[in-house]
Ligand binder design. Structure first.
Ligand SMILES: [Mg+2]
Length: 233
């Protein structure tokens, strides 16, 4: 039986991979070079935040002002090549458990489409996923360089999903998977399913107190959940 379409939107950091500090190191380098700010990321907790929100917090703390839109563009343009270099040198970069297996599994499921919904800028997301050999797995995305509100980037990913597939997908057949409460809240704001995975910086008990539809220890639990909740419905 032909199933109707399902769209999975994956967060990147803490969900698919951990860059092992490569992201923070690259942003630190750019901010020190351009603004003389040293160790900008040391005082920021970036989990679940968009790059735009992170830059806003750093500017408020160190420069007592908001970044101009042009400055953000310039910083992120410099950040991407820097990130590629720090990724190439990273010793603690790693994929989260079962990532390749579940992407293989979903690629084999009829009607399943894969995208990312990440606070990373598009260039940053691409650098991290290319380093992991995973960029080609995702057909579309919502990114953190043009919006600071995570719900807005999820909505953009959903719109791109509709365009990619050629028609609207029912909200209950769209799944956001992330490792923070921000991922869950953004999914809820968009009226789509929220799956939280405890491989990032937030523990399982905290994620269980969010109103996620499901909480996994690792992504290895995804195929069973997919079969139970979505397949054949
Ligand atoms: Mg994350």
């Amino acid at each position: 039986m032909q199933q109707s379409e399902i769209l999975y939107l994956f967060d990147i950091d803490g969900t698919l991979l951990l860059s092992g500090g490569a992201g923070a190191q690259a942003l630190d380098q750019v901010l020190e070079r351009r603004y003389g700010i040293r160790g900008a990321m040391a005082s920021i907790s970036p989990a679940g935040k968009t790059d735009l929100l992170i830059l806003g917090e750093i500017f408020a703390r160190h420069l007592d002002r908001a970044p101009e839109p042009g400055e953000v563009t310039t910083i992120l343009a410099e950040y991407v090549p820097c990130l590629r270099a720090t990724l190439a040198a990273a010793t603690r970069f790693r994929l989260m458990p079962a990532v390749v297996e579940i992407l293989d599994f979903l690629a084999g499921e009829p009607g399943v489409h894969l995208g990312v919904a990440t606070g990373n800028s598009e260039g940053g997301a691409r650098a991290k996923l290319e380093h992991a050999g995973l960029w080609h797995r995702f057909a579309l995305g919502g990114y953190g360089d043009d919006v600071s509100d995570r719900a807005v980037l999820v909505e953009r990913a959903i719109e791109r999903g509709h365009r990619h597939i050629g028609r609207s997908i029912a909200r209950e057949r769209i799944v956001v998977i992330g490792d923070t409460l921000r991922d869950v809240r953004a999914a809820r704001a968009c009226g789509v399913r929220a799956v939280a995975v405890a491989t990032g910086s937030v523990d399982r008990a905290t994620l269980e107190n969010s109103n996620a539809d499901a909480v996994f220890d690792t992504l290895a639990e995804l195929p069973a959940w997919h079969h139970r909740e979505l397949k054949g419905r």
